[in-house]
Design a binder for this molecule. Structure first.
Ligand code: PCD
Ligand SMILES: [Cu+]
Length: 806
């Protein structure tokens, strides 16, 4: 038999298990135009919805006249808040404990807000009719600046909350104030700051941006009046949570709701939240008895769905003369827009921003975050870090640079002397986290060596001399970052969303002939879960990954899970997958021992079989065991071979990375060139190195976009200045830098396979890296801090303000 002669290495290779760069199975479908996205769904009699949106950022809605729109042939209905009110659906709960208007109820709070929902026989008729809905607005004063929003005489944005001094996250001290969240020891930190040798202080702003996935948000809602069953296909990153929310707000029993996330064309956090379009489509389907589709256009998506960041972070960092950091202080003003619609775990209204001590051993720290309402779109979920770790990493990595300037020190050296040492893990941070594992010094040295750091600094110094001598107009900037991520929300004891604990799940069913299907509570949006989760199972139970079907996103078949965001799939659902596989392996072991007529303890697992200890020629392959399981394998033992695991992780995982980039800046035009970008990631055990590399390329490209040009900008009237791809920067292959990827492996001690997440890391790490390169180039001329995005105009302006234009 072939089986008998194959070496364990050959057998292992044929499984395509963990550690192999297995090709992405989903790409066969995607590259041949056979993906199935929401907009591909077509049903008999399907209607289309489109929104009338507010042109004003703050206005009272005094009259809505839909008569002309309703008269258009093919228009079926026009919904307004007045129609939703009797159903109690004119407002909906947000994932952050706030409530949000589904359709304008008396006033609008941001440009693009949903005012009325037109339902028609086709999309074009709906769009035409939208133009005919007459809405009268009475303009109100607009606030787009969160600091101005907190002034005593600022206009009242949320009239529905007037007089409410208690919010979802504690006391409110002003009519536009949402919450104050405090972590750490304020007094101790302030004491350290007042006595320190050196204190560096800076306002670090992380601008408002947007993930802009290729596919916009959308859904098809179909209420079957005969069966009473509501099915909704949609771009949902958390299908089960959506099902529960729909049940809670509609009163439809949860078993009568089926949520399906088909293929998703990129999520990046944009598709975590609940949008008015979903609610309106469901209501319209119930009212009309027909399926209703709603799909945003690009402007809808950019202007109204979950934005990212918009954090003003005032920082102070204290150190000794030698550069040992002694304390960190941060006060953040967080601009949440018109409604607080973030998707952070309940106890963390500013997400995990308290990871802002970063990779450094900082004895005391204090963080306060004030959430503020402004006349901008709500959200704050996205992107590539749902939980504000990007903001935290940007803050600390900028503060380190600012401190290095103040100390007159090399920033690589400053990091080195402050890193948490390998022997300090598990490490308790001053702001309350227990970092599971890390080896920062090793990663840092490897990175510095890989780019020849000293050589780069010498070249940079030479260039500076040449610049001063008038021989060149280009400066070199070296960007450094060492980030620590926190992903895998999360232990149910401290992480829930709307009361739903953030565990995750996997169910595996082995078929008689030894192939299998696995279903998870997560949902891939392009990450390649069908490829990687099968690899975990392959390694755990010895069935080739190619023989395993992986399914996600259908709430009628998948076990309950909290979905995919915050790089939680690998840390949580990945762990559930390994645990479910191990349950199967345990039963397989019993069956194998019985068939081999030895005691359970006398067989051991060997790649794809159980062998009798000391007698490897006596074995039962997993294939044989699977078949036996469907007969009376062991008298009295229940037939079948399947298992489910609901996994509540004991801790988060803490991936980290060392990123270095080299950029050149043309002082006269403000143009830049990314000469080199080196990314070392440590995500613990690596499941699929090729997919990890793809994640790093994608995340770093998004980071490049954010740092160097991407922004959702508003004018003072609250108009979105960047609502189309003409103004919103999305890098193409032309602008995208070349990346060098590298890694170290420090497994997570508590994760069953030692894996940590990686999807978010490259964004968390690359933004400060690019931004630090900009600042580094101009450091010799006195630049300490300037706001992103560092587009050509802003870089030109820096050069100009520093007097470099002669
Ligand atoms: N160690 C390791 C880790 C990991 N991995 C892989 O990698 C990936 C990823 O993972 P993770 O990290 O775990 O993550 P997830 O959960 O899955 O996902 C999520 C993320 O993911 C990322 N990436 C991506 N990609 C794509 N393609 N698309 C998309 O959309 C996206 N998104 C983004 C985001 S944004 Mo948020 O939502 O904001 O929070 S979060 C996020 C997958 O596949 C996995 O399996 C491996 O292999 N290994
Ligand atoms: Cu995150």
């Amino acid at each position: 038999m072939k089986d008998d002669v194959a070496t364990p290495e050959d057998r292992s290779a044929s499984l395509k298990g963990m550690g192999t760069s297995r090709k992405r199975v989903e790409d066969v479908r995607f590259t041949q135009g056979r993906g199935n996205y929401v907009d591909d769904i077509r049903m008999d009699g399907m209607l289309f919805g489109d929104f009338v949106r507010s042109p004003y950022a703050h206005a009272r809605v005094t009259r809505i006249d839909a008569e002309a729109a309703k008269a258009v042939p093919g228009v079926i209905a026009v919904l307004t808040a007045a129609d939703l009110e009797p159903l109690g659906l004119h407002w909906m709960p947000t994932l952050a404990g706030d409530k949000q208007m589904v359709l304008a109820d008396g006033k609008v709070l941001y440009q693009g807000q949903e005012v009325a929902f037109v339902v028609a026989e086709d999309r074009y008729i709906a769009a035409d009719a939208v133009e005919l809905v007459e809405v009268e607005y009475e303009e109100l004063p607009v606030v787009v600046d969160p600091f101005k929003a907190l002034e005593p005489d600022a206009p009242v944005l949320r009239e529905d909350l007037e007089g409410q001094t208690e919010g979802a996250h504690g006391p409110r001290r002003h009519h536009n104030h949402i919450f104050t969240w405090e972590q750490g020891d304020k007094d101790a930190t302030e004491a350290v700051l007042s006595e320190a040798d050196v204190v560096a202080e800076e306002m670090v702003y992380y601008h408002r941006t947007h993930p802009c996935p290729l596919e916009t948000c959308g859904c098809v809602a179909s209420m079957d009046k005969v069966t009473g069953k509501l099915t909704v296909w949609g771009t949902f990153q958390a299908p089960h949570a959506i099902r529960t929310v729909v049940s809670l707000i509609s009163g439809i029993a949860e078993h009568n709701i089926r949520i399906i996330s088909p293929d998703i064309g990129g999520g990046f956090g944009n598709k975590v939240g609940v949008y008015p379009g979903y609610v309106c489509s469901v209501v319209a389907s119930i009212v009309t008895g027909k399926p209703v589709k709603w799909v945003e256009d690009r402007m809808d998506n950019l202007m109204t769905t979950a934005f990212a960041r918009d954090y003003w972070m005032q920082g102070k960092i204290a150190a000794t003369k030698e550069g040992r950091i002694t304390g960190l202080w941060c006060h953040t003003t967080a601009d949440h827009g018109g409604f607080d619609a973030c998707a952070d775990p309940t106890k963390f209204p500013a997400g995990f921003m308290n990871i802002c001590t970063g990779s450094y051993d900082i004895p005391v720290a204090y963080l306060a975050v004030d959430g503020v309402y402004t006349n901008k779109a709500p959200g704050g979920v996205a992107y590539r870090c749902s939980f504000r770790v990007t903001e935290a990493a940007y803050f600390i990595e900028r503060m380190i640079e600012v401190l290095a300037i103040k100390l007159g020190m090399d920033a690589a050296e400053l990091r080195r002397i402050n890193f948490i040492r390998a022997d300090q893990f598990p490490y308790q941070s001053a702001l309350g986290w227990e970092y599971d594992s890390g080896d920062y010094h090793t990663a840092w040295e490897k990175a510095l060596k890989a780019v020849n750091y000293d050589g780069l600094r010498a070249e940079q110094a030479q260039r500076l001399e040449d610049f001063k001598a008038g021989k060149t107009r280009k400066l070199i900037g070296i960007g450094l970052t060492h980030f620590t991520e926190i992903v895998g929300a999360g232990p149910v004891k401290n992480c829930d969303i709307l009361g739903l604990g953030m565990f995750d799940s996997c169910e595996i069913r082995i078929h008689p002939t030894g192939s299998a299907i696995a279903r998870l509570g997560t949902i891939s949006q392009g990450q390649g879960h069908a490829t990687t989760f099968a690899q975990i199972i392959a390694s755990e139970i010895g069935i080739p990954a190619d023989d395993i079907t992986l399914e996600e996103g259908d709430t009628d078949t998948a076990p309950y899970g909290l979905g995919t965001y915050g790089s939680r799939s690998t840390p949580v659902a990945g762990a559930a997958t390994a645990m479910a596989a191990r349950k199967i392996r345990a039963k397989a072991q019993m069956i194998a021992a019985y068939l081999l007529e030895v005691h359970d303890d006398d067989v051991e697992f060997d790649v794809d079989r159980f062998v009798v200890k000391g007698a490897p020629e006596r074995f039962k392959s997993m294939k044989e065991i699977a078949f036996a399981a469907y007969n009376q394998a062991i008298p009295g033992l229940e037939p079948g071979l399947e298992a489910v695991s609901y996994y509540d992780p004991p801790n988060m995982t803490y991936p980290f990375g060392a990123y270095i980039c080299v950029m050149e800046f043309d002082v006269d035009t403000g143009e830049h060139e990314v000469r080199q970008f080196y990314a070392l990631d440590d995500c613990g055990t690596r499941i699929n190195p090729m997919i990890i590399e793809g994640q790093v390329h994608g995340g770093a490209t998004e980071g490049y976009a954010i740092a160097m040009g991407q922004e959702i900008a508003y004018d003072e009237m609250g108009n979105v200045m960047t609502g189309t791809l003409m103004d919103f920067f999305l890098p193409t292959s032309w602008e995208t830098p070349h990346y060098t990827t590298d890694h170290t492996v420090t497994p997570s001690p508590h994760h069953p396979i030692g894996a940590k997440g990686v999807g978010e890391s490259p964004n968390v790490g690359s933004v400060p890296c690019f931004s630090n390169a900009v600042h580094d180039a101009f450091r010799p001329f006195g630049l300490t801090q300037s706001h992103m995005p560092h587009d050509h105009w802003r870089i030109w302006r820096i050069a100009n303000e520093l007097g470099l234009h002669g």
